[in-house]
Design a binder for this molecule. Structure first.
Ligand code: GDP
Ligand code: IMO
Ligand code: MG
Length: 429
């Protein structure tokens, strides 16, 4: 029996997962999302086209690969319909290429309103959520109140929907949020989305995935968000509401832990974060602004400017540990080209004491990053087509990270396009 590979973001999301999944898809029979929902924005670029996916796995542009939305994902039918409607004119046969787990939960319009009301009630302490209803939907899942894709085909679907909405309205009233003023205009597109979803193929994805493995098929599980946004291991409470780490692929697809193969960890050559919460290496100066402009660091889902900072090794090493990362892929190396000197945080000083570990409390403790300085490469990488030709300073930067994390870097990305991808391992050739 084969094992499923897992690809994950190791930082605070937006590492470039969409680009790499698209690049690796020809090597896989199946690409499967296992958690998160339309809070994700996964960008792909090829043939001059830029495309952002929110719910649909990033293998959708390849005709020979099946894409699965697993049970751990939460789906907003209105957003899914919009995504599908954008793909159809591009000749992407979504009906043929996409399978949806019956067990995936539905984001209701009132979940989105609850997300908004919750954020508003937190004032300056807000999470900075994408306001896509993610938290409230996972709350209803664990609270055992949720609606699932499989419910759409049952006679009691509308009844169950109305009962949950009635409950949500009470909560919204308690939160001083006038749901009736906006709910009408949200429900139209939502029920249209339900009709689109109804026409897709609904499967028992755990059976499908395990049978595929038994038949020797290759599977890549595509993570959303990043390890530092994981509900258990991220910078709580400034996290998302799912397990973004590798274990999430087991529960979000029904793949047993001993059926997990390679764990591919994706990181940017620096760090970004969108939304609130601790970010030890954040740069609030010109260097941070330069990263934002050169790297076009604005959210794919919300358009918000992303906070930028130097690479954080204690956080990266922590993510490598909790995920069992077997290989790393470094993204956006080209963005650091303008810098004479590149800093890497190797330790933190927490309340004056030096540590190389990620502390429990990143929110209230006084954390000072301790940096090592490396020489910048100061040359344009975007036209490179062979890892052998990478500047020496870049090779040294990568070597330093490999040593710190104890895992090899197998791919280096030097631009947003599919082709701007340098292979350092024969496995991906
Ligand atoms: P994801 O959520 O992990 O899929 O990442 P996003 O798509 O939200 O954000 C990554 C952004 O960086 C997108 O705009 C990509 O097109 C872009 N990108 C990916 N890899 C590279 C790279 O190597 N260099 C540059 N300059 N941009 C990249
Ligand atoms: P991809 O898959 C970056 C952040 C939000 C917020 C926190 C909680 O594109 O990497 P939520 O809407 O999940 O309740 O928001 O998590 N966040 C992301 N940041 N990339 C993402 O996804 C994100 N999904 C959620 O900004 O801080
Ligand atoms: Mg993104």
């Amino acid at each position: 029996m084969r094992k499923a590979d897992v690809l994950l973001g190791l930082q605070w999301g937006d590492e470039g997962k969409g680009k790499i999944v698209d690049v690796l898809t020809p090597k896989y029979d199946i690409i499967a999302r296992f958690q998160g929902g339309p809070n994700a924005g996964h960008t792909l670029e090829f043939n001059g086209i830029k495309h952002v996916l929110h719910t649909i796995p990033s293998g959708i542009f390849h005709g020979n690969t099946v894409n699965v939305i697993g049970n751990g994902v939460v789906i907003d039918p209105a957003i899914l319909k919009k995504e599908i409607d954008k793909l159809l004119p591009m000749g992407v046969d979504v009906q043929q290429r996409l399978l949806v787990s019956k067990r995936a939960h539905l984001i209701l319009p009132t979940h989105t309103l609850l997300d908004k009301a919750s954020e508003a009630s937190k004032g300056s302490g807000k999470i900075g959520s994408t306001q896509k209803g993610i938290g409230p939907t996972y709350m209803d899942k664990t609270g055992r109140n949720g609606l699932r894709v499989g419910d759409i085909s049952t006679p009691k679907f509308r009844e169950k929907y109305d009962a949950l909405v009635a409950k949500h309205k009470q909560l919204l009233k308690f939160m001083d949020f006038d749901a009736d003023a906006v709910l009408g205009e949200l429900e139209g597109p939502w029920f249209e989305g339900i009709e689109t979803l109804r026409k897709l193929t609904h499967i028992d994805s755990e059976q499908y995935i395990n049978q595929a493995l038994a038949q020797g098929k290759t599977i890549l599980a595509e993570g959303a968000q990043g390890s530092m946004l994981d509900i258990d291991f991220g910078t709580y409470p400034f996290v998302t509401s799912s397990n973004t780490v590798c274990a999430g692929a087991c529960t979000g697809l029904g793949v047993a832990p001993n059926r997990i193969g390679n764990v591919i960890g994706i990181f940017k050559a620096y760090c970004t974060r969108v939304g609130s919460g601790p970010f030890p290496t954040e740069l609030l100066d010109d260097a941070g602004e330069q990263m934002r402009q050169v790297g076009r660091e604005f959210g794919s889902t919300t358009g918000r400017p992303r906070r930028c900072g130097w690479l954080d090794i204690p956080a990266l090493r922590f993510a490598v540990m909790v995920n069992g990362v077997t290989e790393l892929m470094m993204m956006k190396a080209d963005v650091l080209s303008p810098f004479d000197t590149i800093k890497i945080c190797t330790h933190y000083k927490v309340d004056g004491k030096l540590t190389e570990f990620l502390p429990y409390d990143l929110c209230d403790a006084v954390i000072e990053p301790v940096y090592t300085e490396l020489k910048g490469w100061r040359s344009d990488l975007t036209g490179l087509n062979d890892a052998e030709n990478m500047p020496v300073a870049l090779q040294q930067y990568i070597g330093f990270i490999e040593k710190q994390c104890g895992v090899p870097v197998s791919i280096v990305s030097v631009g947003p396009d599919r082709t701007q991808t340098l292979l350092r391992s024969a496995v991906w050739a």
